[in-house]
Design a protein around this ligand. Structure first.
Ligand SMILES: Nc1nc2c(ncn2[C@@H]2O[C@H](COP(=O)(O)OP(=O)(O)O)[C@@H](O)[C@H]2O)c(=O)[nH]1
Ligand SMILES: [Mg+2]
Length: 390
């Protein structure tokens, strides 16, 4: 009996030792790691190598990125312009945060926010908190925003009801009509914008996928560019039923403002030498452009000609086709620039640089296969063929 008790005690001690050892090492013994593990104090005898895993290749050196580039280089007389409602605050914060991180922390270009209502103190405080740059908040004058008196309100209302029933995007939304007219004919005349020569239009809730290393404004200045874009798309036909007819009337009345088709970008917006509009337009939610062009005699005449037909209300003309048609007819095609390196997303539509070199240099988040550029409803192929013809 005495003997048995001694055996039992000994067995217990041995068992408890095994349990203690197991507890100590079990967590590391089950780690599934390709690199192998060294346990301090055990001189490598418990090193585990998983036989089936292939080790990562050594990191490939990336090209050096001149992150501080431009911090004391020349600057353009330029600003960001963001049209927004107070309810767009969250989206505006996201856009500014990205713009600062990807570009403006090195350049400190100012911002102008515009709204047809006063921005709230909270809106201003939270935006100002994101950037050391100058930020100004402007109220849009009533005459630059609301439907003018000379518009037949009943006719405009009937048109909106018709478009709403026909599911025309934003057709029944009066504020959207106001916004399109404002962006077509007024933003560049706002008192806070008058001091600048160049602007970059930014919307709430957009994304910048890549570092923007070089200054796009200075690129425009130094390379004789007037209008810059990233995405181009086809307009919804029901929104612009009579736009091209009106443009043709303008071209007949003011031929002096239209450049020869061998020089301008007519072939981007028309497949038949100007008889019809192919609905291609630069997507104006992103624009880097000269304010002087919109303030020019030629564009002023163009906008006033379109505006007096009432098409911003009797139809739903967008500022994108209006800007694009003017740029394509009145500018040399060589002064219109595609910013290939700027990875950009608006809603579900995304531009991602296709060149490996640009993609790596910009440390882009996007992937080329998600780029909209060569989807069936993108006008990028038309732009490429225009550029290819020189
Ligand atoms: N202040 C103000 N901004 C507006 C209004 N409607 C649209 N916007 C702005 O105009 C731009 C285009 O509007 P959005 O809804 O994004 O239209 P989409 O890009 O054509 O789908 C964005 O910058 C909006 O913040 C409005 O009623 N008031
Ligand atoms: Mg938008």
């Amino acid at each position: 009996m005495h003997q048995r008790a001694r055996y039992a005690t000994l067995s217990c001690i041995i068992l408890m030792s095994f349990v203690a050892l197991y507890r100590k090492y079990s967590s590391i013994l089950t780690v599934d790691d390709a690199q192998g593990l060294e346990f301090p104090g055990l001189e490598g005898e418990y090193t585990i190598m998983h036989p089936t895993l292939i080790p990562d290749p050594p990191p490939r050196p990336l090209p050096p990125v001149p992150l501080e580039r431009g911090s004391d280089g020349p600057r353009a007389n330029a600003t960001f312009i963001i049209l927004a409602r107070n309810s767009d605050l969250q989206g505006a914060l996201l856009s500014v945060r990205q713009l600062e991180d990807r570009f403006n922390r090195r350049y400190h270009y100012p911002y102008v926010f515009l709204n047809e209502e006063e921005f709230t103190e909270d809106f201003k405080r939270r935006i100002r908190n994101l950037t050391p740059s100058k930020v100004e908040f402007g109220l849009i004058p009533k005459e630059a925003w609301f439907q003018p008196e000379w518009i037949d309100a009943e006719k405009a209302q009937a048109a909106m009801v018709r478009m709403e029933r026909a599911n025309v995007k934003y057709g029944g939304n009066l504020a959207y009509h106001n916004m399109c007219r404002f962006n077509s004919g007024f933003f560049f005349k706002h008192p806070l914008v008058l001091q600048y020569e160049w602007y970059w239009r930014v919307e709430p809730n957009i994304k910048f996928h890549c570092d923007i290393i070089d200054d796009p404004f200075m690129y425009m200045v130094q390379n004789n560019k007037t209008y810059g874009f990233t995405l181009s798309v086809y307009e919804i036909p029901a929104t612009i039923k009579n736009l091209w007819l009106t443009v043709k009337d303008f071209m007949t009345e003011y031929p002096e403002y239209i450049l020869p088709s061998s020089v301008n970008a007519l072939d981007f917006i028309s497949n038949d030498g100007g008889r019809s509009y192919n609905r291609c337009h630069f997507w104006s939610n992103f624009e880097i452009a000269s304010l002087g062009f919109w303030r020019s005699e030629a564009y002023t005449a163009f906008f006033e000609f379109l505006d007096k037909t009432g098409g911003f209300y009797y139809e739903r003309w967008g500022d994108a086709p209006v800007h694009s048609i003017a740029a394509a007819l009145m500018l040399p095609r060589s002064s219109i620039h595609l910013f290939e390196e700027i990875g950009y997303q608006h809603d579900d539509w995304s531009h991602c640089p296709r060149s490996q070199e640009l993609w790596e240099r910009g440390r882009c988040l996007c992937t080329e296969k998600d780029s909209f550029d060569y989807s069936w409803d993108s006008c990028r192929p038309k732009w490429d063929s225009l550029v290819a013809t020189g």
